[in-house]
Design a protein around this ligand. Structure first.
Ligand SMILES: N[C@@H](CCC(=O)N[C@@H](CS)C(=O)NCC(=O)O)C(=O)O
Length: 220
C-alpha cells in the first residue's frame, strides 16, 4: 500500500477535514497531508485533481480517491481494526455508529447557523455569542440529550461518549468547536454539566490541540 495522502481544507475552519484527520491520527497512520485553501479562485480546480465531488476531505490510497469524511473514517476502521475506532461492546458500538451517522446527516440548523469560515474559525478565542433561533435550540437540545445518554450509559472509563475515544468523538469535535466559537449556552438547553464537560474533553484532546496549533499558525 502506498503512503495515503489526506487532502484537507484550512485547519482554521474546515470542520469536515478535522474528522478523518483525528481518526487517522488516533490510528497512528502514516499519511501525508495536502492542504487546499478554501474559498480561493483556484479551490475548485485544486479539489478536482482529487475528487469529482468537489469537496474535501479526500483520502488517496493506492491511486484511489475516497471522498467524504465518513467514508474515509470507515476505511480507517477497516484498515486499523485494533485501533478501537468503534467501542468493543456491541450495544455501545451500534449506538456509536448511530450517533456518528446522526452527526453526519442531521443537525442542519447547527451547521447552517453556526458555520465555520475565515470570519468564524474553530481555533482561537470565541466570537460574539450567537442569538439562538428555535431551529438551532432544537439541535442544541438534541446534542445535549445525545451526549448525556451516551455518557451516562457507556461513558465509564474515560471522558468521551463511550469512555475511550472513538470515531463518534471525531465527529463531535467540530461541534464542540462550534459551541465554543458561538458561545452556545448548553445549560440553557437542558445540560446538567455532562455535555459541557464532554465538549471540554474534546477540545483538550492532544490531537485536536495539534490541529488547533496548526490552524492558528495558518492564520498567522
Ligand atoms: N459530506 C462531506 C462534506 C464535505 C464538505 O462540505 N467540505 C467543504 C469544506 S469543510 C468543502 O470541501 N468545501 C469546498 C467548496 O465547497 O468549494 C464530508 O463529510 O466530507
Amino acid at each position: 500500500m502506498d503512503k495515503p495522502k489526506l487532502i484537507i481544507g484550512d485547519k482554521a475552519f474546515s470542520t469536515w477535514s478535522l474528522r478523518p484527520w483525528l481518526v487517522l491520527k488516533h490510528c497512528g497512520a502514516d499519511f501525508d497531508e495536502v492542504v487546499i485553501h478554501l474559498d480561493q479562485p483556484d479551490t475548485a480546480a485544486e479539489i478536482a485533481r482529487y475528487s469529482g465531488a468537489g469537496k474535501v476531505p479526500v483520502l488517496v490510497v493506492d491511486g484511489v480517491s475516497i471522498w467524504d469524511s465518513l467514508a474515509i473514517s470507515v476505511w480507517a476502521a477497516e484498515r486499523y481494526p485494533n485501533a478501537g475506532l468503534w467501542p468493543a461492546d456491541p450495544h455501545a458500538r451500534w449506538v456509536a455508529r448511530s450517533v456518528t451517522c446522526e452527526m453526519h446527516s442531521a443537525f442542519g440548523a447547527l451547521r447552517s447557523e453556526c458555520g465555520m469560515g475565515t470570519d468564524h474559525p474553530m481555533v482561537g478565542p470565541p466570537g460574539p455569542a450567537k442569538v439562538v433561533s428555535e431551529a438551532l435550540a432544537a439541535d442544541i437540545r438534541r446534542l445535549v440529550t445525545v451526549f448525556r445518554e451516551c455518557r451516562d450509559r457507556w461513558g465509564e472509563g474515560g471522558p468521551y461518549l463511550f469512555g475511550a475515544w472513538s470515531m463518534a468523538d471525531a465527529f463531535y469535535t467540530p461541534v464542540a468547536a462550534r459551541v465554543r466559537h458561538y458561545q452556545l449556552d448548553l445549560a440553557a438547553h437542558g445540560d446538567d454539566g455532562t455535555a459541557s464537560a464532554y465538549c471540554a474533553a474534546l477540545l483538550s484532546q492532544p490531537d485536536f490541540l495539534e490541529w488547533e496549533r496548526a490552524g492558528l499558525a495558518e492564520r498567522g
